[in-house]
Design a protein around this ligand. Structure first.
Ligand code: PMP
Length: 441
């Protein structure tokens, strides 16, 4: 095979994926891999979904691409209708893009334009959280809270300040109730807004359940409600990034629905196309859109492939599967089984500090010492070893380092397809347990 592609795919020699079968990917040698992380929380319906394939064939026979400067399409209109019908209160408009970073980038620019339209041009500052990931384009990278990812691009990034994430395992004091902890950590936003000057702050951006960088760390009850109150008090827009945790992954179509919070904007991607097409979306409160419609009338942004008919057709089929087959209930049921299985196999493990998450979005944090929560030395590259060992034994999982501060801390993120069977949950946990033990040996 030629070797002209650069990026991750040229690191070492990778197997060639040639087929997909439900929860499995199959390589050119016929080896089957159980997809325990859906790639990175992408393949929510597995790899050979009949409804999505049929919808794509059907749309391909009609039209694949018609530029949004000239046309709309039935799939794009239908997709926006379905998203609005199921979104949190007040969400009325949808901006279609091709992925997660594009959705985050669009949210920042829309927020800025909104404040210009309503006569508050001084608002431009963004507050986000440490240990978050919001994408790799410059605006999204600036928003993300991982120092080492940003470091070499720092001179090119818009200044964003970062407050503490809601990370109960590491930060809640023993004598502090969960509720008190949630309010305390949320109140860092109030302090940061005051420090920056309330009239200069444009938006606060956060993942309701932190995915890749922290390993499925959910907001504790009450945290996001307090965040919503603080944003409202100061006229700051609340942007929730559900690129990873949205589209049913946590057992609700939107993760924030479990927290009872309606943000001003929501970003989604990954599970929306379920890996069948690249697609993302920015969901927006009606009043934000209205301000722009009544003002300049035009959002100064846009990408060539936005609203792509094939991508929208795939997303409609994905949403159809999730809603019509009641997969949200299934996510909650299979998620509870995955959690129970993880706890029975790893709950007493001397190097497992925390097992957490919601629905089929779970994280296992590894520690050198369970009592002190001391992390492993990053030089051990534990996450890379777990990944390689699991992969060799036919499991795709998503181990990452830097859980605590971007450098130290190891976790494994799990996000299997919603169709995962009980026996596959058993296999997943047993291969993972073996991989952790082998990597630690
Ligand atoms: N936001 C979050 C929460 C993500 O997890 C990701 C991707 N891991 C992104 C944004 C960026 O999405 P994409 O890779 O599709 O650009």
């Amino acid at each position: 095979m030629t070797n002209h592609i650069f990026g991750r795919s040229t690191k070492g020699s990778l197997p060639v994926a040639t087929a997909g079968d439900g929860c499995y990917l199959i390589d050119a040698t016929g080896k089957r891999y159980l997809d325990g992380s859906g790639g990175a929380a992408v393949s929510c319906l597995g790899h050979s979904n009949a409804a999505v394939r049929a919808a794509l064939h059907d749309q391909l026979d009609r039209v694949a691409f018609a530029h949004t400067g000239f046309f709309t399409s039935d799939p794009a209109e239908q997709l926006a209708d379905t998203l609005v019908a199921h979104a949190p209160e007040g969400i009325e408009r949808v901006y279609l893009v091709s992925g997660g970073s594009e959705a985050v980038e669009a949210s920042l620019k829309l927020a800025r334009q909104y404040f210009l339209e309503i006569g508050q041009p001084q608002r431009h500052r963004v507050i986000a959280r440490r240990q978050s990931y919001h994408g790799n384009t410059l605006g999204a990278l600036a928003t993300g809270g991982n120092e080492w990812r940003r470091a070499q691009f720092a001179p090119m990034l818009v200044e964003t300040t970062h407050i503490s994430p809601c990370y109960e395992y590491r930060d809640r004091a023993e004598d502090e109730s969960v509720e008190a902890y949630g309010l305390r950590v949320a109140d860092e936003l109030e302090a940061e807004i005051q420090r920056l000057g309330p009239d200069s702050v444009m938006a606060f951006v956060a993942e309701p359940v932190v995915g890749a960088t922290a390993g499925a760390v959910p907001a504790v009850p009450g945290y996001l409600k307090r965040i919503r109150e603080i944003c409202d008090r100061h006229g700051v827009l609340l942007i929730l990034d559900e690129v990873m945790c949205g589209m049913g992954r946590t057992g609700h179509l939107f993760a924030c629905q479990e927290d009872g919070v309606a943000p001003d904007m929501i970003t989604i991607a990954k599970g929306l196309g379920a890996g069948y097409q690249p697609i993302g979306a920015l969901l927006v409160q009606g009043r934000i859109y209205d301000a722009i419609a009544k003002g300049s009338g035009f959002f100064q942004h846009g990408h060539t492939y936005m609203g792509h008919a094939m991508a929208a057709a795939a997303a409609n089929a994905v949403l159809g599967e999730i809603l019509n087959r009641d997969l949200l209930t299934r996510v909650r049921e299979q998620g509870a089984k995955l959690d129970a299985k993880l706890r029975s196999s790893l709950g007493q493990h001397p190097h497992v500090g925390d097992i957490r998450g919601r629905g089929l979005f779970r994280g296992v944090e590894l520690v050198a010492d369970r009592t002190t929560k001391e992390p492993f030395d990053p030089a051990r590259k534990l996450n890379a070893r777990i990944k390689a060992e699991a992969f060799a034994n036919g499991l795709i999982c998503y181990p990452m380092g830097g859980t605590i501060d971007g450098q130290r801390g190891d976790h494994v993120l799990l996000a299997p397809p919603f169709i995962i069977e009980d026996s596959q949950i058993d296999d997943l946990v047993s291969i993972l347990t073996h991989a952790i033990d082998t990597a630690l040996a």
